[in-house]
Design a protein around this ligand. Structure first.
Ligand code: 13P
Ligand code: SF4
Length: 319
């Protein structure tokens, strides 16, 4: 505990000295979420992380999350220094959508609007007409459907399938998935519902369709936290990364939150739904990058200019 307090004090001092602001995702270690809150930074979903970093006056942004979140911050704020506790923190959706193949796919269907999830590289964003996050994907695709557009969707096939279902959009789908959400199992969820018959089921749309079908609320991390606060149920079964429980408990302290079952969960594994890349953000590497300035995010300037267009479009649309 003393060591944690030492780290936290050191980081607080360094943030001040470096004119830096900590922006953390809900899936990060609760200690980092707490630090962001205590230092006037932000803890949020990927859309609000982008917006907050863009509007905050600090000259350095420290992004605790995964690589695409750091790159998004840099694309939007080229004049700021963007650091991450580690640049190694990637995302299976980003890995599964390499630019060469994706670009060829887009070239083969020039009559389609290209809509990419924020969980992609700068190069993939630079090839897109729109960037979306799970907070705004539905509204943006509805808007494109209203305009009679056909869509290329990448990379998450589960989120894409959900959006297609809801909007009736004509979509060509990339075959990507999140290794964390893909593990949730509807069979186990049915069994758990027998134990908690009054529970509301909250599901992030990166989960398989069989999970989404059983959900009382489907939404981005911030939308799931709002549901936990606003729905009257005493119990909630939550199908997303376990890092979110920190904020859910804060938002609704009297309610009971239960992890949705994954393939690996059971007697030996109580907490399987945790992104291995989000978990790379720790107190010690956070303190270290603030001290050394290592792990700085850089993006190619030409790609940055192109990626900025669909990113700004998203922020303006969802303002
Ligand atoms: P949100 O935009 O809902 O925070 O999701 C980001 C993410 O990576 C989910 O796995
Ligand atoms: Fe990517 Fe899934 Fe981790 Fe989110 S939880 S960063 S989608 S691998």
């Amino acid at each position: 505990v003393d060591q944690v307090v030492d780290y936290k004090n050191r980081i607080k001092r360094l943030l001040k000295e470096q004119d830096a602001c900590l922006v953390a995702h809900y899936y990060c270690d609760p200690l980092l979420q707490e630090l962001a809150e205590e230092t006037g930074g932000c803890v949020s979903d990927s859309l609000e992380m982008a917006r907050f970093g863009n509007e905050h006056p600090a000259s350095t942004l420290v992004v605790a999350g995964v690589r695409f979140m750091g790159e998004t911050a840099k694309i939007l704020n080229p004049e700021k220094r963007v650091l991450m506790p580690t640049l190694e923190a990637t995302c299976s959706l980003d890995i599964g959508c390499p630019i060469e193949e994706f670009s060829a796919f887009c070239d083969a269907h020039p009559d389609h609007k290209v809509v990419v999830y924020a969980n992609t590289s700068t190069a993939v964003k630079a090839r897109a007409d729109w960037v979306v996050t799970s907070s705004c994907a539905l509204e943006i695709v509805e808007h494109l459907v209203d305009q009679g557009e056909k869509i290329i969707w990448a990379p998450d096939k589960h989120l894409g399938g959900y959006i297609q279902n809801q909007t009736g959009a004509e979509m060509l789908m990339w075959d990507g998935s999140c290794i964390v959400h893909e593990e949730f199992k509807a069979k186990g969820l049915k069994d758990l519902l027998n134990v908690y018959p009054d529970a509301a089921i909250l599901v992030h749309p990166e989960s398989p369709a069989s999970m989404v079908e059983m959900a009382d609320c489907v939404g981005s991390t911030s939308q799931l936290i709002a549901a936990a606060k606003n729905m009257p149920n005493p119990d909630f079964i939550v199908a997303t990364d376990r890092g979110i429980f920190y904020k859910m408990k804060q938002a609704a302290p009297d309610k009971n939150f239960i992890e949705a079952p994954t393939a690996g969960s059971g007697a030996t594994c109580r907490s399987c739904a945790h992104c291995p890349w989000m978990a790379m953000n720790e107190l010690d590497n956070l303190a270290e990058v603030l001290e050394t300035g290592a792990q700085e995010v850089h993006v190619d300037s030409q790609l940055r200019e192109r990626a900025l267009v669909p990113l700004r479009r998203m922020l303006d649309f969802s303002a």
